[in-house]
Design a protein around this ligand. Structure first.
Ligand SMILES: [Zn+2]
Ligand SMILES: [Zn+2]
Length: 744
């Protein structure tokens, strides 16, 4: 069986670079806007503009940056066409990137211009870098010399270029003195680049010693890079087995081959630590690409990628669309992460599209994970990807012991204990007594997920979403985690006006921390969740404090689940292992397993063995059993055969259409019409419409239709034909999600 990735590769038809003949004097120009396709424009006489040529294209009464995409369609008369001016002296968008954009557009059913918008920056990014003027010693000796002037010239003696204020400051004179010397020719201007150029990573800077498994995997990857041809590899190794060291060897090979490398990470929080590791191996940091960069930095990086000067780029999903001059390797780290799925705007899965990008660039792609996605696992075990397994933990004791705590059986004599069972409290006591560290994991932000009136049963919900308001006790607010709506924590019930009847239901990390502090008043603890730690820098600071042992117990959400190394961490307590397993979603079990496996992997990384305690009410559940028995592959095999039985991905195909809008009745009507219009085709079933999981989100009503198809079906063609049958008004949106990963 092939996975959808392999399947989508087979279906790929790349457009050859279409030269536009000069005599045609017209071209199809793609604009970075969600239009149906390229538009015909005239070209100035005698101009040859191949695919990828940047043009200034008139659009209404303004001008847009556009890209020559191919030959004009030629149905419109010359007199009605406007002229697109090729931008002289600017580089072209690489043809392989244009092919990739077409491909993503066809696969995700987004207009090509919407995908182009992700690949194109403002015109400034293509223009030569701005330069700044600085001054060095000139050839003329000034006729009039003062003490101040002498000091300036003495400073300039070292030959370094300085700005006017810089010189004035270094010589302790006014800027007028410096300007006088410039006018006299005693200082002369020189221009410098705005930024220092990216330093080249050195492949031989600090090559590590690899163990047997690592060396074998590294060899395979080096050969693949040297080939050079498309190939896909799953680098599959338990936490701490040294996957990064292995794929760094592939990076080193690409550098030796003078190629560029793209490394995709799921979140920028992980990037900071990664940059340091990279610098330790290659002597300098790689270029970065993510939302925290300033516009200037983005322009600089974009330009350097396009010119091939940025050799290695580490980035979030959007870095997939950078215009690499000669890409020789793509790496997706933590490839199973949901964060790779872009859910807003153009919906795409960056891991899948990374495989496609490698294919269009004819280079290898490495997917790395300790808990691969089922898709990648099936591809690797089926031989479509090379399966590079790293078995041993690097310089570490055995895998942690995982014990299940059956919450139905543990009776607690202490009324104050709600979330920490006696077994977990006992283990915490021992850990703290031994001066070791513990991590308590609960994947839920805030204090309590639901606030309820005991008197009348009123539940606090978001007025804009079908979601409960989550109490954040530290901030004294109730907040919607979907849209950000907030109110001050109320003292009376808005429904029955009773006072003091509001109770918090269920735990969030803040509430677990409160209970922990009650039982362990002298222990040092910190909460790590995305609303307490603002941004990657603060998260990193908390993690560093924990690593430096300034904190005994870290209580956090999934932001602490991965990528960190804590030598003294010997106990991991999972507060609610059942959370996330019950939402009836196709991938819920896989995700729960991946997350808990990852959290468990935090325990016992140095010489000390670790202990993981899973609090659950479903001890017989396959996920709990697989974790307790350290039987990852057994779990994957079970999950694979389950999916195969029900023809779910990767053994069948799924696509969703979400109809949304502010007019609830209209949304339901369009969804009904779509449901009725669904063409009857063999091997395709359409479910719905039904209200989406969040039937109301940010004020919009949402209805969902699900397409389930057999493997060989061209789902995109089916969707295109179907969507043509219903006229969708502009006040309603029909969003297509090919290969949905969750059903919200
Ligand atoms: Zn009430
Ligand atoms: Zn809301």
């Amino acid at each position: 069986m092939l996975s959808h990735e392999a399947d989508l590769l087979n279906r790929a038809r790349f457009r050859p670079e279409t030269p536009v003949l000069p005599q045609a004097e017209r071209a199809g120009v793609l604009l970075p806007l969600p239009l149906a396709g390229p538009y015909d424009y005239k070209l100035p006489p005698g101009v040859n503009a191949p695919r990828g040529t940047l043009v200034a294209a008139p659009l209404g009464n303004r001008e847009s940056l556009g890209v020559v995409w191919g030959a004009a369609e030629g149905t419109v008369g010359d007199n009605r066409l406007k002229t697109a001016e090729p931008l002289e002296g600017l580089p072209r968008l690489p043809a392989s990137l244009c092919d990739f954009i077409d491909w993503v557009s066809a696969y995700t059913l987004n207009p090509p211009g919407a995908i182009l918008a992700m690949a194109l920056r403002s015109r400034g990014a293509f223009e030569p870098e701005a330069r700044r003027i600085a001054y060095i010693k000139g050839d003329t000796v000034p006729t009039r010399m003062s003490e101040a002037r002498k000091r300036v010239l003495a400073v300039a003696e070292d030959g370094l270029a300085r700005s006017v204020p810089g010189l004035a400051e270094d010589a302790n004179v006014s800027t007028a003195v410096v300007r006088g010397l410039i006018a006299a020719g005693a200082l002369k201007p020189t221009d410098l680049p705005e930024f220092a150029p990216f330093r080249e990573p050195e492949p031989e800077y600090a090559a590590p010693e690899l163990n047997g498994d690592q060396a074998r995997a590294a060899d395979t990857l080096r050969w693949a890079v040297a080939a050079p041809a498309f190939s896909a590899h799953l680098l599959d190794g338990v936490t701490g087995s040294g996957k990064t060291e292995v794929y760094f060897e592939a990076v080193a090979e690409a550098l030796r081959q003078n190629k560029q490398v793209l490394i995709l990470l799921p979140e920028i929080a992980l990037t900071i630590q990664f940059l340091e590791r990279f610098a330790a191996r290659f002597g300098t940091r790689p270029a970065e690409w993510h939302s925290d960069l300033t516009q200037k930095e983005r322009r600089r990086t974009y330009r350097a990628v396009m010119k091939g000067e940025a050799r290695v780029v580490v980035g979030a999903r959007s870095s997939l669309f950078l215009p690499f001059a000669s890409l020789g390797l793509v790496i997706v780290d933590e490839e199973h992460e949901q964060a790779f799925k872009q859910q807003d705007g153009a919906i795409y899965h960056a891991r899948d599209m990374a495989v496609v990008r490698a294919r269009t660039e004819n280079c290898p792609v490495i997917l790395a994970s300790a808990t691969p996605s089922l898709e990648s696992f099936v591809n690797a075990t089926g031989g479509r990807y090379s399966h590079l397994k790293l078995k041993s933990r690097h310089g570490v004791a055995a895998l942690p012991e995982v014990r299940i705590i059956d919450l139905r059986r543990e009776k607690d004599s202490d009324d104050n204990a709600k979330w920490l069972s006696p077994s977990l409290r006992g283990a915490l006591e021992q850990t703290l007594a031994a001066s070791e560290q513990a991590l308590l994991f609960l994947n839920r932000r805030g204090y309590a997920p639901l606030t309820l009136c005991e008197a009348c049963g009123h539940k606090f919900t978001c007025p804009h979403c079908s979601a409960w308001l989550v109490e954040h006790r530290y901030r004294k607010r109730l907040a919607c985690h979907q849209c950000g709506y907030e109110i001050a924590a109320p003292t009376e019930c808005p429904a029955c006006k009773a006072q003091g009847t509001l109770i918090a239901c269920g735990p969030g990390v803040e509430r677990v921390a409160e209970e922990f502090a009650h039982f362990f008043p002298s222990a040092r603890y910190a909460i790590a969740s995305s609303d307490i730690l603002h941004g990657p820098a603060e998260t990193q600071a908390a993690i560093r404090a924990f690593a430096r042992r300034e904190i005994d117990v870290l209580i956090g959400t999934q932001i602490i689940a991965k990528g960190h190394h804590f030598p003294q961490l010997t106990l991991v307590g999972v507060i609610d292992a059942d959370l996330g397993g019950a939402d009836g979603d196709l991938r819920a079990r896989e995700r729960t397993f991946q997350l808990l496996h990852q959290v468990s992997g935090r325990a016992g990384r140095a010489e000390k063995p670790g202990l993981v305690l899973l609090q659950t009410r479903n001890p017989a559940d396959a996920v709990m059993q697989a974790l307790a028995k350290s039987d990852r592959d057994g779990f994957y095999e079970q999950e694979r055969s389950h999916r195969e039985r029900v023809a779910a991905p990767p053994f069948g195909r799924l696509a969703a259409i979400v109809v949304s809008g502010y007019d609830a009745e209209q949304v339901r009507e369009i969804a009904r019409q779509l449901g009725k219009a669904a063409p009857a085709v063999k091997d395709v079933r359409v479910w719905g419409p039904t209200p989406a999981f969040y039937a109301l989100l940010r004020g919009q009503t949402r209805e969902r239709l699900l397409v389930q198809a057999a493997k060989g079906v061209d789902v995109q063609a089916y969707l295109r034909a179907w969507l043509k049958l219903v006229k969708i008004p502009t006040t309603v949106r029909a969003t297509v999600d090919v290969d949905p990963i969750s059903f919200f």
